[in-house]
Design a protein around this ligand. Sequence first.
Ligand SMILES: [Zn+2]
Length: 460
Amino acid sequence: MTDISTLKIDGVRYIVTMDSDRRIVADGSVVITGNRISQVGKASDLSSVAVDRTIDGAGMVLTPGFVNGHMHISYAHAARGLFPDDLGAEYLPNVFRLQQAMTAEDEYSTSLLAIVELLKYGTTTFIDPGTTTHLDQCLAAYDQAGCRIVIGRSVQDRANPLNLPVYETDDAIRVTEEVMSLAESVSSGLVSAWSMPFSAEFCSPELLAACDRIASDHETRSTLHFTNGARWIEECRRTHGCSPTEYLDQCGILNPRMTLAHCLGIGADEARLIADRGTAVVMCPTAAVKGGAGTSANGLLPELLEYGATVGLGTDAGNNSNLLETLRSVYLAAVLYKDGRRDVGMIPAETALELGTIGGAAALGMGDMVGSIEPGKAADLVLFDTRRAEWGALHNPINNLVYNADGRSVHTVIVDGKVVVADHRPLFVDEAALVEEVQERGEALLKRTSVAFPPRWPVV
Ligand SMILES: [Zn+2]
């Protein structure tokens, strides 16, 4: 007898395994032992496997949990939808002003609501790029929800126009070390920590190198914002005589431990250098298009993939893209470059789905743990209910997943072998009560910061 529980998802219409052969198993079953996938195959071949519990997979498409490689979690749900589209340079200083005025309780509740949104629509692993203030409260929310998360502390030691706190270099290094210890003290196995210098623009070369060394010492990774506006590109050329990507290389941080978020404003030679150095990339198309980044015309996702770079997807903040659903980033990745390049051969649906699953896992250094449905991998799984209008007709589950379905049809979500969403509802919190609480917290936050952007149309 064993006390490790077993679970079978039985008779699934299609299992989209994302394994190395990209097999799609029709009428399949998956057996989970403890927190790991133990068997994947035809339902008929696994019918005799005895388990503690069974989930009926009839009418369902089963995918790996989606991976979101850049998702600022903490503040946005208290103020989402507040800012007008054309706020421009005023946008980020207002964002950080609001965030820095949040209480620990605000941050716990808004983070928990963001996790509800992520999990309900199929994202099981995500990176918070370190801009939370009350990390203990966020950890409590992560633990309550049971999601897989990368944490960190965003640090910078240069004055910046974003209202980000400026650390002494030594303090920024100490803070980065501390967050490593914090993650290592969490026993669930679902939390890991990375070094998170905010950007090469706002960090000294000494800090960038120190953050990379800490990542190396702790056998983990780093991430930074790599958005490369015109001012920074010009400064790189003038001060360092090179491109922003070459500057990272000069600093010694363009290496396989680094994941570059956004990756905007680069040329083809820079895309090739990123790929050659083994540096990973997380692109955030939902944020890029809303922010007018020109990504459909100038984004180099096709080139990064062509040159062999490891690429995943993110959504950035809930106040930037305004949504956290990784599948919508998958959709945009599939359509943006077809339009921008006038070439329907750009980023096929299969490639887009890879970016949100196995590719995203690789970009987070988690390719051996998540991103596909294979024996030995963590049981992070999503069941889509195909008995809904947006799924009909179902002849090719990949096309339907990328182009016509979305997170609304996510029925059940499992993380690390544990069911966290069932019948479209989170099991770890009362969603409606939490929405109401966050609304109240958001209204109080705006009042005490005097941040106000009323709708352009009269509210009567
Ligand atoms: Zn960011």
